[in-house]
Design a binder for this molecule. Sequence first.
Ligand code: SF4
Ligand code: SF4
Ligand code: FES
Length: 247
Amino acid sequence: MTTTAHLKIFRGDAQQGVMVDYQVPVAPGMVVLDAVHAVQATQAPDLAVRWNCKAGKCGSCGGEVNGKPRLMCMDRMDKYPAGEPITIRPLKTFPVIKDLATDVSWNYSVNKSVPAFQPPPGQDELNFSQAEADRVQEFRKCIECFLCQNVCHVLREHEKYDDFGGPRFFVRVAGLEMHPQDQADRTGLVKDDLGLGYCNITKCCTEVCPESIAITDNAIIPLKERVADRFYDPLRALWRLLFGSKS
Ligand code: SF4
Ligand code: SF4
Ligand code: FES
């Protein structure tokens, strides 16, 4: 059965904008991105929205639906009460380019500051156990949707873009630091440049991750422990000085 949805969509740019009302027919199985596309096709061809895969895997279609960060392509319309308006806004933490499209390029500049995987010198083959591979596999599921960045209060409310990397990059660093064969030490980077100390483990990032990455428990807390060991434990610091171990 086809029903009608009432959407209120942000239209505007970084300087100004308004919420505009649209009505679209809703078919069974429709997601919010379908509804936005229906608006685009029938009423507002200039409505800007970013998307790519429509399968929850490219991370492009993030927005705030009824105030909650969502991948719009995975957000079913039938979960919203019939007859009530559905508000759709761009991610708040990043500057709006137009309508629902935001400029997330700040994230790519943070990414460049993270040293890449560094294999042991002269070793062509990397051997490690399945358990070790499984440990870092979780972090590699990240689709760079930046929903975690969007909800983190250090960025969203306090705008610490110069001092804080955000949960997505703690996930990236954790995936590298916990790789059994990686030789680089990024604890100084997470402590100073990525501002891990600003994180007070509220877990808001973990709650919104569409890939169900345990960002706080499995990435942030182990990184905080590594920073504490590296910079505040004199015996471990001496051990590293003598033997050069990361662990
Ligand atoms: S746990 Fe830390 S990184 Fe995650 S949202 Fe909270 S303050 Fe931000
Ligand atoms: S960690 Fe999760 S929420 Fe954050 S960017 Fe990656 S997939 Fe998105
Ligand atoms: S369009 Fe790719 S995650 Fe939604």
